[in-house]
Design a binder for this molecule. Structure first.
Ligand SMILES: NC(=O)c1ccc[n+]([C@@H]2O[C@H](COP(=O)([O-])OP(=O)(O)OC[C@H]3O[C@@H](n4cnc5c(N)ncnc54)[C@H](O)[C@@H]3O)[C@@H](O)[C@H]2O)c1
Length: 316
């Protein structure tokens, strides 16, 4: 049977599929040629990430297709319900990148606490002429240890981020309207484990108590952080959004930075992707990444391997 991985797949995923007797094709077929390609090449499994879309017309026109797989979490680019109604299996890999996102958040938080985002911008320009000035400018860093991390959205990534925070010596508080408590198991290199129970509290309390706030909610209709929420936060809070563009009101964020409510913030996702607002890109209080939360080699390997094992489970 043939698998078309139209947006790519890790070598470990290819190896696992080939071992299971599948032929894996990694050619990127243009969207408008995809239906023809699938039918002409007898493709049974179509794997995508976020670039390729799988809509009703494709599902109707490709009766040989048995599985649609998304490497990653969100399946906005697939008509999932329709595909399932037509008898196809639709699979994804929701847990594969949680720890990668959690580590990116901590990269940002440690960086922001010590002004690394600014130092990295300024050292190439002034590091030789104004070393002492820059040293003074970035002298008032803070430690994360002993501080309170507020996690909004306590699902897979929220909990993975909480584990990193606990390992870093932070107090963790969390809000999730659909979850009362979670048990977090921290695994150490030598097999020792520590088990932690965290009960969620109200959103208001999280916003009021946290020194650092990180968002791990799904995409939704309304902003999760808007002007009213900023007003509840401690003065000088540090914020991270590696969830989805549109969960923080970016205009309100810039205002909160200007008023001093928010000291600094990290954004991996933007309302206007892939063209974030220039006032965000140029803002010295922001630490920025181009939606690379899940983009690690380890996550890609896990995604490929998880897809392969699910495909083999379903089709044999
Ligand atoms: N930056 C990246 O590259 C990257 C990579 C993967 C996922 N993500 C995003 O991270 C987010 C979280 O992913 P996940 O795998 O942890 O999802 P998840 O479904 O496991 O967890 C989300 C949690 O948020 C909770 N929630 C829903 N609405 C809420 C609200 N208004 N306030 C507080 N909590 C709320 C849900 O109950 C759930 O427990 C998603 O938006 C996903 O798209 C980003």
């Amino acid at each position: 049977m043939k698998v078309l991985a139209n947006d790519g797949i890790s070598q470990s995923g290819i190896d696992a599929l080939e071992k299971g007797g599948y032929e894996v094709i990694t050619t990127t077929v243009a969207q408008e040629q995809l239906i023809n390609y699938i039918n002409e090449n007898d493709i049974t499994v179509l794997l995508v990430r976020s670039a390729t879309t799988v809509r009703q017309d494709l599902i109707d026109a490709c009766p040989g297709l048995k599985i649609i797989g998304r490497g990653g979490v969100g399946m906005d680019n697939i008509d999932v319900e329709y595909a399932r109604e037509k008898g196809l299996s639709v699979i994804n890999t929701p847990a594969a990148s949680s720890h990668s996102v959690a580590e990116l958040v901590f990269g940002h938080l440690y960086g922001l606490a010590r002004f690394l985002h600014n130092a990295n911008r300024e050292m190439p320009l002034e590091g030789d002429s104004n070393f002492k000035g820059l040293k003074k400018a970035y002298a008032k860093g803070t430690e994360l240890k002993g501080k309170t991390l507020g996690v909004l959205g306590f699902g897979r990534i929220g909990q993975a981020t909480a584990k990193v925070a606990l390992g870093a010596g932070m107090k963790v508080i969390a809000f999730d309207p659909f979850l009362e408590k979670a048990n977090l198991k921290l695994d150490f290199f030598d097999g020792q484990t520590v088990s932690f129970d965290i009960e969620t509290i109200s959103k208001e309390e999280v916003l009021k108590q946290a020194d650092f706030i990180t968002l791990h909610v799904p995409a939704q209709k309304d902003y999760v952080i808007d002007e009213a929420e900023f007003n509840l936060m401690k003065d000088g809070v540090i914020l991270a959004n590696a969830a989805r563009g549109g969960v923080i009101n970016e205009v309100a964020l810039v205002k909160a930075i200007e008023s001093g409510k928010v000291a600094r913030a990290a954004l991996d996702v933007f309302e206007n992707e892939p063209k974030p607002e220039m006032q965000l890109l140029m803002n010295p209080a922001l630490s920025l990444t181009p939606h690379t939360g899940a983009a690690t080699n380890e996550a890609q390997d896990r995604i490929g391997e998880e897809l392969a094992s699910q495909i083999i489970n379903i089709l044999g």
